[in-house]
Write a protein that binds this ligand. Sequence first.
Ligand SMILES: [Zn+2]
Length: 150
Amino acid sequence: MEEKDYIKELGAKMAAQDKLSTSYPFWVVMRDVEHPTSSDYSDGRKRREDSWKLTCDNCRALSIDGAVLPDDCDDCDEDCFYDYRSVGTPDLEHGVFFTQEACAAYIKARSYAMGLNAHPYAFSAYFSVEMKAVMRHLLEQGGTNPDCYR
Ligand SMILES: [Zn+2]
């Protein structure tokens, strides 16, 4: 497809998609990232990588057998574990997308590396003069009044 035709098609797709009540929407890959936290705000517990010296005899035996150790054990020292909270975090190393469809397709094509919680997430480019100008241009090329993105 010629670039000119691609731009027209992109503008038409942008106009037709659900804007999710967002002014000048663009999409990014959103992922849940685990941050250490206190137990009051915890979404779960995990075993520390360096917990070897503080593990109980049972867990030590499991480890020697090559088993994955449990993320909680009453017999291991409390310092073997940490509480974490999952926080939705934009993963900007993948860039930004003008359509939710393209963002979702990108994630799907790389699902082996993205993890199960990766999903498209819309932000507004309302405060970016540059992004707004490009989006309006694309919408016009797609045959749509760009004010539909306000
Ligand atoms: Zn244990």
